[in-house]
Design a protein around this ligand. Structure first.
Ligand SMILES: *Cc1c(COP(=O)(O)O)cnc(C)c1O
Length: 367
C-alpha cells in the first residue's frame, strides 16, 4: 500500500516544537583552519591506534556493558570507587541520562544564561522547564541566586562555555551548602583549568561531575565521557543508559589515552602556552578577552575607531570564513553577540588567524 507522506502520525507536541542542537560546522575538504569546536589540534597518542587495532578481532563480541576496565582506571585516578563512576558515549550521553533520570514537567532544569547550549535542547526533549540564571558582563558567579533558583537539577559549566571563565572550588562549595537539588558541574575543560570540583564529591552527595575525552584528549570522534557522583546517582544513571552505550573500540582507545599521561600532559601544556601567547596578542589589539581556563578564548573584536558590537563580530566571522578560517559566533544574547569564540589551535594556525585579523583591522581603517 502506498501512503502519502502526510499520513505520518504527529509526534509528541514538545518534540514537534523542538529546536534542535546546532553543532559547529564540520566543513568538507582540505585547507580549513578549524578553530570553531574546541577540538584538540594535536594527533592522538600512538598508543590509541595500537589498542584499537588489538581490539578489532574481538568486534564480534559485545563490549563490556559497564566499560569495566576504563571505569576502574578512572576511579583509581580520581581516588574514587568504581561505583562512583559511569562511562558515557561522550559526556553528552551522560548529560542526557541526567535529564532522563531527574527532570520532567514538574522537575525543572537550571543553567546560567551563558552556558553550554545543549542543556536547553535536552530540556526540550525531556519537556522540562528551563530556568536561566542571569549573568553580568563580568561573569561573576552569584552562588546565592543559583542555589535559590528553584531548579531540581542545575547544570553549571566550569570552566564556562563559551567564556572560558572558571569557577573556584570554594564557589561551588558555596552553592552546594545551600542547594537542595542536584548540581551537575560540567568539567569538559577541567584539564586546562587550575582547579576542579572532584574533592567536593566526598562531602556533597548531590554533586555530579561530568568529563569528556573530546577536548583535552583530542578524541571527539571516539565519543567517550564520564560522570563522577555518589553511588546512588550512578546506580540510577546505570539503569537508564543503553546497556552497551560505549563500543569496544572506544573503550579500548579511551583507556589507552587515559593511561598515556605523559603524552597528554605535554599536549595540554602546549595548548595552554599557545592560549596565553594568543591572549597577549589580543590584548595588544585592545580587544576585551575573558581570562580563559579552557582551550578557547572568548574575545570581543574591536576595529580601529572603536567599532565594536554584534555587527563587528559577525563581520569578522564572515571575513575569516571567506579565508577558510572557522571560529564560532553566538547570536541572540547581548552577552555573547559582540564576541567570537576561538579554539586554541597550533601556533601555526594561530599565526594564520592573526594575519587574517590584521588584514581585517587594516581594511577597517579610514583611507
Ligand atoms: C564539548 C562539550 C561537551 C561534550 O562533550 P562530548 O563528550 O563530546 O559529548 C560537554 N560539555 C561542554 C561544556 C562541552 O563544551
Amino acid at each position: 500500500m502506498n501512503r502519502a507522506p502526510e499520513s505520518i502520525p504527529q509526534a509528541l507536541p514538545h518534540i514537534e516544537a523542538l529546536a534542535p542542537y546546532i553543532p559547529g560546522q564540520q566543513p568538507d575538504g582540505e585547507g580549513w583552519v578549524k578553530l570553531n569546536t574546541n577540538e584538540n589540534p594535536y594527533p592522538p597518542s600512538p598508543r590509541i591506534a595500537e589498542a584499537i587495532r588489538a581490539e578489532l578481532s574481538r568486534l564480534p563480541l559485545y563490549p563490556n556493558p559497564s566499560s569495566g576496565t576504563l571505569r576502574e582506571a578512572i576511579a583509581d585516578f580520581h581516588g574514587l570507587e568504581n561505583s562512583q563512576v559511569l562511562i558515557g558515549n561522550g559526556s553528552d550521553d551522560v548529560l542526557n541520562l541526567l535529564f532522563r533520570s531527574f527532570c520532567d514537567k514538574g522537575k525543572s532544569a537550571g543553567m546560567l544564561e551563558v552556558g553550554y547550549s545543549l542543556y536547553s535542547v535536552l530540556a526540550g526533549i525531556q519537556n522540562t522547564p528551563l530556568i536561566k540564571v542571569a549573568c553580568n558582563r563580568e561573569m561573576v558567579l552569584d552562588p546565592k541566586s543559583l542555589s535559590a533558583c528553584g531548579a531540581s537539577v542545575f547544570f553549571l559549566t566550569s570552566p564556562n562555555a563559551p567564556t572560558g571563565v572558571s569557577y573556584s572550588r570554594q564557589q561551588i562549595a558555596d552553592i552546594l551548602d545551600h542547594y537542595e537539588g542536584l548540581l551537575v558541574v560540567d568539567e569538559a575543560y577541567a584539564a586546562f583549568a587550575q582547579e576542579d570540583a572532584v574533592p567536593l564529591l566526598g562531602n556533597y552527595p548531590n554533586l555530579v561531575i561530568t568529563r569528556t575525552f573530546s577536548k583535552s584528549y583530542g578524541l571527539a570522534g571516539l565519543r567517550v565521557g564520564y560522570a563522577l557522583a555518589d553511588p546512588k546517582v550512578i546506580q540510577l544513571l546505570d539503569r537508564v543508559r543503553d546497556s552497551y552505550n560505549v563500543n569496544r573500540l572506544s573503550q579500548a582507545g579511551a583507556l589507552a589515552a587515559f593511561l598515556d599521561t605523559e603524552y597528554y600532559e605535554n599536549v595540554i601544556n602546549r595548548i595552554e602556552v599557545t592560549r596565553e601567547v594568543f591572549r597577549e596578542k589580543l590584548k595588544e589589539l585592545d580587544w576585551f578577552t575573558y581570562p580563559s581556563q579552557s582551550n578557547y578564548l572568548f574575545t570581543e573584536p574591536c576595529q580601529p575607531g572603536g567599532r565594536v558590537g554584534a555587527e563587528a563580530a559577525r563581520d569578522l566571522f564572515e571575513f575569516l570564513q571567506d579565508r577558510k578560517i572557522l571560529v564560532r559566533y553566538f547570536a541572540g544574547s547581548s552577552l555573547t553577540e559582540s564576541f567570537l569564540r576561538i579554539s586554541v589551535g597550533t601556533d601555526e594556525q594561530m599565526d594564520l588567524l592573526l594575519a587574517a585579523i590584521e588584514q581585517w583591522m587594516n581594511r577597517a581603517q579610514p583611507k
